[in-house]
Each structure stands twice: as C-alpha cells, then as structure tokens.
Design a protein around this ligand. Structure first.
Ligand code: NAD
Ligand code: ZN
Length: 361
C-alpha cells in the first residue's frame, strides 16, 4: 500500500492507495486515531458489492458501526435528502466523537461530506471513493456540497476528510463510460502540471482502460499528488486552485446548457479542454502541435471532441453565469504547452464564439 500526504497543517491527512484495501478501512481508521462509532453512507450500486467487506473490517477492529444506503444519483445530492441523513445519524446515536465514512462515487462523497461538515458543527469524515473521478478528484481537497434548484454545488463548505482510502480493485466493476470520464480529469492533470504523466497516458492508454493494476496505481497516485500539492497551496480556492479549472469553464457551460443529462462531467471537461486549447491556438498561446496531441489523446480515449446540438449562444449565455466569472469577465485556463498552463480573463467574445461554432456538429 502506498500513500500521499495532503499537507494542511493541523488538518493534514493521508490518501492511502492500494490494490484491494476495502477490508482494511477499519484498520486504517484506527491507525489514524479514529475511535467512536462509525456511520457508513453508500448507495445501492456500490453497497451491494462492497459494503460487506468494509463492515467486516470495522467489526474486526471492534468498531460499533451502522450503515445507511442512499439512492444512487445526483438528484439526491440535495439539502432535503441531507436532512434525512441527519435523522439517520441521530437514530444511530452518532455524536461528535463518531465518524462518517463515504463509500461511493463523487455524488455520495459530496453529500456525505456535506452532512459530516454540518452535523453538530462538524464530525470526522473519511472518503472511500469508488469511481476513478472520485479517486483522482472529488475525494481529495475538501470541497463538499449539495445542489440547489438554482445551481449545482450551490450550498457547501470546505471540510477536509481525516483520510482518503483508495482501493483500486473497485474500478473492475465501474462502467466503462465512467472510467473514460474519470480519465479526462487525469489527462487534465497532465496538461496543467505534468508532461510525463501525459506521456504516460499516451503510451499506456489501452492498458489503463483494461484496468492494468500498475498503470492505474501510477496515474491515480500522480493525480492525487498533483491535486494535493495545489490544495496545499490554495485550500480555499483563492489562487492556484484555479488551474484545476482547465476544461471546466466551457465544460460547465456545456453541462448546464444540456441540463446535466447528456454528458458525464468528464466528457464535458474533455470538450472544455479541447475548446480551451482551440482558443489558445487562436490567441497564439498554444501551438498547433500541442493542440493536436491533446485532441488525439482525447479521441483515443473515446471522449467527445465535438459539441452536439448545443448552440454557441446557449453556451456563451451560461458562461456568463459561471462561478468563475469575476467582475463580468470569464476566466480561462489555456495550455502554453503540455504540462504548463496560463490563466486569462481577456479572451475576446468573438474568439469564444468562433471556437464553439467550429467545434459544434
Ligand atoms: N468535491 C469535489 O471536489 C468534486 C470534484 C469533482 C466532482 N465532484 C462531484 O462528483 C459528482 C460526480 O461523481 P462521479 O463521477 O463519481 O459520479 P457518481 O458518484 O454519480 O458515480 C457514477 C456512477 O457509478 C456508480 N459507481 C460508483 N462506484 C462504482 C463501482 N466501483 N462499480 C460500479 N459502479 C460504481 C455510482 O453508483 C453511479 O451510478 C458530481 O456531483 C460532482 O459535482 C466533486
Ligand atoms: Zn472536474
């Protein structure tokens, strides 16, 4: 088992990464000084396959443990649903010395984390992410939230977990589309910070999609290291963390314009990365060679490179409402080359419009 440390002073925590370590979740909590009762939140998809392993581990370590299955889907990542989880916590005598464990993808992690952050002003929280996206992104960095009818992740907080436990073998059951969508975020880390990670994905793409263990370990660990180092420098998203938004400016607008139903988040991010790179080429920030390298990899990963049936005007309209807009200006992260990006808020509207039109089908 490997580990990556997220350095945040007295809120620092380890990310454990191993092949099949679900049965060791109890042991790892103990190692991190966690005592008291445990409440595991999971969903039916993940719980039916993995909850038993996790619970057995807790029993083996002598923990008092309860579990609650939350329906699968973003539509349950709401304040209304969180309210029912507070009931479960009280019914199960969970108090401030107890710990919430999130066993699932990013939806479950965000919801359980939000509940942990707010119940009795905050109780310890542990992430056991089970999608590639949650392993490399959502579970690391302490952003927790629920959605509001008027916006995704609108009600939330920064609340760091006590540890993150990544058992790579759970990816065996992840639908291929989810795997590819998670890979988009891994590609993103390569572009923003690490040319050798990008090159590694180029060389090992097929074995990664075939879930070859060493390759997965390498890219998940490297992604966590990159996210951890950025979060260490900018826990509350006031500077450096903006780099993580590469592909997310237009990506989010496309997700919103299509009502979050057509694209998986990672697919929209893939489109967003392609558009940001096109913009970079138009502004002479990115070379055509860099742009082709990125679009080739995205295509080979069977992620989308063309926007279907969304008008450029609709995307632009949503861009203006984005959280990343400051003083009416839309902020973009553009690649200078693979491994290095720049942030700008001076992309002319007509460049955005032309790029979107050219990328649309
Ligand atoms: N907090 C953050 O920093 C952050 C970052 C990125 C995304 N997010 C949030 O993450 C959410 C998306 O997360 P996601 O992509 O993991 O989606 P998800 O949690 O909806 O999981 C996708 C699907 O895969 C299933 N699944 C999970 N693990 C599985 C496994 N091992 N085997 C089989 N099926 C499995 C889930 O039940 C679900 O049906 C969004 O709500 C987004 O806002 C948060
Ligand atoms: Zn993302």
């Amino acid at each position: 088992m490997d580990h990556v440390q997220v350095e945040l002073g007295d809120r620092s925590y380890p990310i454990y990464i191993g092949g099949d370590i679900l049965g060791r979740v109890g042991e790892l909590l103990k190692k991190n000084g966690i005592t008291g009762r445990v409440m595991v939140f999971t969903n039916p998809t993940v719980g039916s396959m993995y909850l038993e392993d996790v619970l057995e581990g807790f029993h083996g370590e002598g923990y008092g443990v309860s579990s609650r299955v939350v329906p699968d889907g973003e539509e349950y990542k709401t304040l209304e649903y969180a309210n029912t989880l507070y009931d479960s916590l009280m019914d199960n005598r969970i108090d401030r010395s107890s710990t919430i464990v999130a066993l699932g993808g990013g939806v479950l992690g965000d919801l359980a984390g939000f509940v942990a952050a707010t119940f009795k002003r905050g109780i310890p929280f542990v992430q056991v992410p089970t999608t590639l996206l949650a392993q490399v992104d959502a579970s690391v960095g302490g952003k927790v939230a629920v959605d509001h009818p008027r916006g995704k992740n609108m009600i939330g907080s920064f609340y760091q977990p006590r540890c993150v436990i990544i058992s790579l073998s759970v990816l065996d059951t992840l639908p291929e589309r989810e795997m590819r969508a998670g890979l988009a975020e891994v590609i993103k880390y390569g572009v923003i910070k690490d040319a050798s990670l990008f090159e590694y994905i180029e060389t090992h793409l097929d074995s990664l999609l075939n879930l070859e263990a060493n390759g997965l370990h390498t890219v998940v660990k490297r992604s966590c290291e990159i996210k951890a180092s950025i979060v260490t420098k900018d826990e509350r998203d006031e500077g450096q963390r903006a780099l993580l938004n590469f592909g997310h400016t237009i990506g989010h607008a496309i997700e919103t314009a299509t009502n979050y139903s057509r694209y998986r988040h990672g697919e929209a991010v893939a489109l967003g990365m392609i558009c940001a790179t096109d913009i970079g080429v138009r502004l002479n920030v990115t070379s055509v060679k860099t742009s082709e390298r990125l679009s080739n990899l995205i295509e080979r990963a069977h992620l989308p490179t063309r926007i279907r049936n969304v008008s450029a005007d609709a995307v632009i309209e949503f861009l203006r409402h984005d959280k990343k807009v400051r003083d009416g200006k839309v902020r973009f992260v553009l690649p200078r080359e693979i491994g290095q990006v720049m942030i700008t808020d001076t992309v002319p509207d007509d460049v955005i419009r032309k790029t979107l039109k050219e990328r649309s089908l």
